[in-house]
Design a protein around this ligand. Structure first.
Ligand SMILES: Nc1ncnc2c1ncn2[C@@H]1O[C@H](COP(=O)(O)OP(=O)(O)O)[C@@H](O)[C@H]1O
Ligand SMILES: [Mg+2]
Length: 319
């Protein structure tokens, strides 16, 4: 059972997060065991950014339920909350907040120390106060960060980044380093035009980044397919970019109920309209994986290349 968040729980979490540093040392042997096991598993890790032009379109709910659905069919999934202003995966998933990536770097914790067990066997990491902290790092801390990320190779089939809406130079590096991006749209014209602007900006930086769409909060499946088709045509005609659709999700009050109850809809209402459509998406998406899978190393190399020039200058010697 995962835990509900309450004020009481939050204060306990705060206590655990800080007293947990001691516990983490004890867990080092456990971490080592996990690393050895993961190296043996030989999983190919695919890194995916979940993005949108406009906020509030359903990125977080889609990230969590996609992760849960893939986990239910036997995939190992890590969900990383990188939404700067609105980090809320833990609340929607009903899991207590833990130490974050920032704590990992500052306290020299292992990446396994900051990983929480989410619902249905998924793992979760909180980004912390934002990504811009990465640019405040010196070379030593940055290489510590990369060494920890490196350890995720073979451990997971998928790593999902739940990104903030729109794009900043911080989030751009992560999206461009990913193996692919999933753009969440709704049929509303504002979501479509903001989504288009985002694709245009990404395409200008890297015309080979695969981008897929999920259309959320549709009146019916047809409306979703039509919106995706219009989007696909615009991207093709004006940018020469192919943007394939993964699927559509209906507007369903089950989603807001699930958010209020802090139990993801795929678990709280597996037979609801939105869950059935989500299962279709999971079926389509898990089938695609074989064609597009790339090395995890590509992600790390790109991230290093994009972030290194932006690191805090003149601090290659440590503090
Ligand atoms: N398919 C849907 N049907 C009904 N409401 C939805 C749906 N998807 C999202 N919502 C509502 O929109 C809110 C914002 O969703 P969220 O996943 O947090 O978006 P984002 O991460 O893009 O900001 C949710 O709390 C929920 O109430
Ligand atoms: Mg969100």
């Amino acid at each position: 059972m995962f835990q509900k968040i309450s004020l009481f729980r939050q204060s306990i979490t705060f206590y655990i997060a800080y007293s947990g540093v001691k516990k983490m040392k004890i867990d080092q042997a456990e971490n080592l065991r996990k690393q050895i096991a993961s190296a043996k598993s030989g999983r190919k890790t695919k890194v995916v950014s979940i993005v949108s032009g406009k906020g509030g379109v359903g990125k977080t709910n889609i990230s969590i339920n996609l992760a849960i659905g893939l986990s239910q069919i036997g995939k190992k999934v890590l969900l990383v909350d990188l939404d700067i202003g609105m980090a809320n995966i833990d609340i929607v998933a009903g899991v207590s907040a833990q130490a974050t990536i920032v704590d990992m770097i500052e306290e020299k914790l292992s990446i396994y120390d900051i990983m929480a067990d989410g619902p249905a066997g998924i793992s979760m990491i909180a980004g912390g106060s934002g990504l811009s902290f990465l640019f405040q790092l010196n070379a030593i801390k940055f290489s510590y960060f990369l060494r920890q990320i490196e350890q995720l190779e073979h451990q997971f089939d998928y790593i999902f980044f739940d990104m903030g809406a729109g794009i900043t130079k911080d989030s751009m590096s992560f999206i461009l380093s990913s193996h692919e991006a999933i753009l969440v749209l709704t049929p509303e014209p504002t979501s479509i035009t903001d989504g288009y602007a985002l694709v245009k900006a990404l395409h200008a930086e890297d015309d080979r980044l695969p981008i897929y769409t999920i259309v959320n909060a549709c009146e019916n499946e047809n409306e979703g397919y039509e919106a995706a088709l219009r989007f696909k045509r615009a991207a093709h005609d004006f940018l020469g970019k192919e943007v394939a659709m993964i699927g559509a999700l209906p507007f369903d009050r089950t989603v807001s109920r699930a958010v209020r109850e802090q139990v993801p809809f795929l678990l709280s209402a597996p037979k609801s309209k939105v869950s059935l459509s989500m299962k279709k998406i999971i079926f389509t998406y898990s089938g695609q994986e074989i064609k597009t899978k790339k090395e995890f190393g590509n992600f790390l190399t790109k991230l290093t290349k994009l972030l290194t020039p932006m690191l805090k200058r003149g601090s290659n010697n440590g503090e």
